[in-house]
Design a protein around this ligand. Structure first.
Ligand code: NAD
Length: 399
């Protein structure tokens, strides 16, 4: 779709999981927003008032901001010219060797360089390898453009975007007072707390945020395996530990620490530190090993090679349709080797042609495993045993 109108904010990657909620929030705050994205199908959906992925609370904001004329999605990069703020939120995945690509954001900006005009501010919001903000500043200098550069990382959790964009403090980083003032002003339209640091500090702050969370999940998963191997219920221990004991209140339950960010950002940090990140790498070993541990325990208890196993929930977390980097798929792969058959189901995921309806899985499986803790599985009335390390069914997590 062509876009000729001026915008307060243009978001490159604007129809993605992070870009779209952000664009909706800006438009709902009264700003004119253009969402520029390579994904034509997502652009068409957005312009038709349909969310390309689930995000609670977003559909109604999409409807009212489209109706107000303050939101428009396009694949046309020339729309960048007429925007004051250009926000970059393209994906920054690691490759098959778990290496980040520090050039990804820089190359995307190089590709739109002809459309950048003097007076704009370029706000990096993708999670970047440390040093990328500096690389972008150098690129802008090389291009001879009078364009400010800032790095303002996104820290929302998918599924909570439409709350957290307003409630979380916004980290703002830039080299010049003008860039700090402009990006702070923009984000003040969403949140009252702005935290200002240097670009290198902000880059590490974002990676530390996700790595720390990943390490916490690994700690819980290892303690779970330890308790489970000893034949006791980790959940009962966890409840005893946290009751009226604030110092341990954040001890998580066991579960798959997966999705497009936590492992990826821990690996970015490892690569940044010359592969010297023992805690992060140990966390990967534990979190990525959990599906294998589960299958080994299931094999010890059940005659798996004669059984059909059903996995309930293929998204990477509960109530989500996002199956990117979901450990339910690793569980499926491992089970395929050990079990007679594996069936998978998820009421939200739309991007997997191999899924079967829930009633088929419940009818045909001899054993069920909760892959993603969608609420509907908590009270599902079934005849076969259910492996539920998330404890959503409240029966403990002994496996
Ligand atoms: N998903 C999360 O919960 C989350 C949270 C915080 C930060 N982040 C970070 O935000 C960034 C984006 O993540 P995401 O989950 O939204 O990814 P995503 O894949 O859902 O969205 C990225 C979007 O960018 C588009 N795109 C890619 N290259 C483009 C280009 N050159 N021009 C225009 N559009 C382009 C894609 O079509 C896609 O729609 C990543 O760096 C990620 O680490 C993600």
């Amino acid at each position: 779709m062509e876009s000729s109108r001026g915008a307060d904010v243009l978001i490159l990657g604007g129809c993605g999981h992070v870009g779209l909620p952000l664009g909706l929030a800006f438009a709902d705050s009264g700003l004119a927003v253009t969402l520029c994205d390579l994904n034509q199908a997502a652009v068409d959906k957005v312009n038709a008032g349909v969310m390309p992925h689930a995000e609670p609370g977003a559909t109604e904001v999409l409807g009212r901001t489209l109706e107000s004329g303050r939101l428009l999605a396009t694949t046309d990069p020339s729309s960048i010219r007429s925007a004051e703020h250009v926000v970059i939120v393209i994906g920054t995945p690691v490759d098959e060797h778990l290496n980040p690509d520090p050039q990804a954001v820089v190359s995307a900006i190089e590709a739109i360089a002809d459309h950048l005009v003097d007076g704009q501010i370029l706000i990096l919001r993708s999670t970047v390898f440390p040093g990328v903000t500096r690389m972008v500043e150098r690129l802008v200098e090389r291009l001879g453009k009078d364009v400010d550069v800032a790095f303002c990382p996104e820290r929302i959790a998918e599924g909570k975007a439409m709350e957290e964009l307003y409630s979380l403090p916004q980290i703002v980083a830039a080299r010049t007072p003008r860039a700090i003032a402009r990006s702070s002003e923009l984000f003040k339209s969403l949140t009252k707390t702005i935290v200002t640091v240097e670009p290198e500090e902000a880059e590490l702050a974002k990676l530390f945020t996700n790595s720390y969370r990943y390490i916490k999940f690994a700690a819980a998963n290892q303690l779970y395996m330890m308790a489970n191997d000893y034949g006791v219920d980790y959940e009962r221990i966890r409840m005893a530990v946290i009751e009226d004991y604030p110092r341990a209140a954040d001890l998580p339950g066991p579960g798959f620490a997966a999705g497009p960010c936590l492992l990826k950002d821990t690996m970015q940090l490892a690569a940044f530190n010359n592969n010297n990140f023992a805690l992060g790498q140990a966390s990967m070993q534990i979190n990525e090993g959990l599906p294998l541990y589960m299958v080994s325990k299931m094999a010890a208890r059940y005659d798996l090679d004669t059984m059909t196993v059903g996995i309930l929930g293929m998204a990477f977390k509960g109530e989500s349709d996002d199956n990117r980097s979901s450990l339910s798929y690793k569980l499926k792969r491992v089970l395929k080797v050990r079990a007679a058959d594996v069936l998978t189901s998820d009421p939200y995921v739309e991007t997997d042609a191999n899924l079967v309806p829930l009633d088929v899985v419940v009818d045909q499986a001899d054993l069920l495993v909760i892959g993603a803790p969608h609420k509907l599985y908590a009270t599902l009335d079934v005849r076969q045993p259910v492996v539920d390390i998330w404890n959503i069914r409240g029966n403990g997590v002994v496996l």
